[in-house]
Design a protein around this ligand. Structure first.
Ligand code: NAP
Length: 267
């Protein structure tokens, strides 16, 4: 156990539940000061609040909320951009304002927060930024395409970040979960009498079942701990049931094969 002054400080966005909470739990029991965020700290059930974690408010869709966190948070050694939302709906029917809203929380807010914390990491020539994407960034889940698009944006952003800031001692890591058993809300967007209704709901139900049978978020907590202990972490970590194999196939198999498998899995 480190003494308080030697402990590194980790900021985890979206630590009220799911993967963010699991990461906070894994790090809190170790050698880190953990700061976790939520849009509504008062609404976090008592049992879900982790003793020792400092909770601060953050809404990634509101610029002032991000700027306030950047001002209030103090010294951060490790930033874990975890917070995010998901949606379900056909490309033709998801309202543009809802697509923009998801880009705000999953991509633009993440960029804004990262920009704001980079100067302190650059000045001390030390830092680690872990961005939680999704395997959907490489192969979008049917009728959840825009989610995959935001996550592909985060992966590209992470590559650009690594190109630019490694020289200042700042490391960049991407964790791409496949399916993890959380209660991530999935707002559904379907127009009245939609020709996509049956197929969208079928894909959603299959996805819900897959999530319910997926590994516990604690596996992501353990992975983050391993990355933090590693001197030279890799850039990309897929995680989930058969995550390595699925990533290999999605990355290397012909598009025709992946499309066929995706349709077989969800339709
Ligand atoms: N579960 C999976 O299978 C899976 C797979 C691939 C990737 N992921 C990614 O993993 C991350 C965590 O997902 P999860 O499954 O743990 O979901 P979750 O249980 O719904 O947790 C999401 C967290 O994000 C926060 N959040 C949501 N909208 C926000 C906003 N506008 N501003 C700030 N915070 C916000 C929520 O906090 P409050 O509601 O308290 O504000 C919550 O703590 C997400 O980026 C997700 O895309 C998950």
């Amino acid at each position: 156990m480190q003494n308080e002054n030697e402990k590194k400080t980790v900021l985890i966005t979206g630590a009220s539940r799911g993967i963010g909470k699991a990461i906070a739990e894994a790090l809190n029991s170790s050698d880190y000061n953990v700061i976790g965020t939520s849009r509504n700290i008062e609404a976090i059930p008592k049992d879900d609040k982790i003793l020792g974690v400092r909770y601060l408010p953050l809404d990634l869709t509101i610029n002032e909320s991000i700027d306030k966190l950047i001002r209030d948070v103090g010294n951060i050694d490790i930033l874990i951009n975890n917070a995010g939302i998901s949606q379900v709906g056909p490309i033709e029917e998801v309202p543009m304002e809802k697509i923009r809203e998801m880009f705000e929380s999953n991509l633009f807010g993440l960029i804004h927060l990262t920009q704001g914390l980079l100067p302190q990491m650059r000045t001390k020539k030390d830092g680690l930024i872990i961005n939680i994407t999704s395997m959907a960034s490489r192969s979008p889940v049917p009728f959840s395409t825009f989610y995959g698009v935001t996550k592909a944006g985060v992966e590209a952003f992470s590559k650009g970040l690594q190109n630019e800031v490694e020289r200042f001692g700042i490391k960049t890591v991407v964790i791409a979960p496949f399916e993890i058993n959380t209660t991530i809300p999935q707002e559904i967007f379907l127009k009245e009498n939609s020709p996509y209704y049956d197929i969208t709901m079928k894909a959603k139900n299959i996805r819900d079942k897959n999530l319910a049978n997926a590994p516990d978020p604690s596996i992501v907590g353990k992975l983050v701990l391993k990355i933090l202990k590693s001197k030279n972490p890799k850039f990309f970590y897929p995680i989930g049931k058969n995550g390595l194999i699925k990533n290999f196939l999605i990355t290397h198999a012909p598009r025709k094969f992946i499309k066929k498998q995706t349709i077989k899995r969800y339709y």
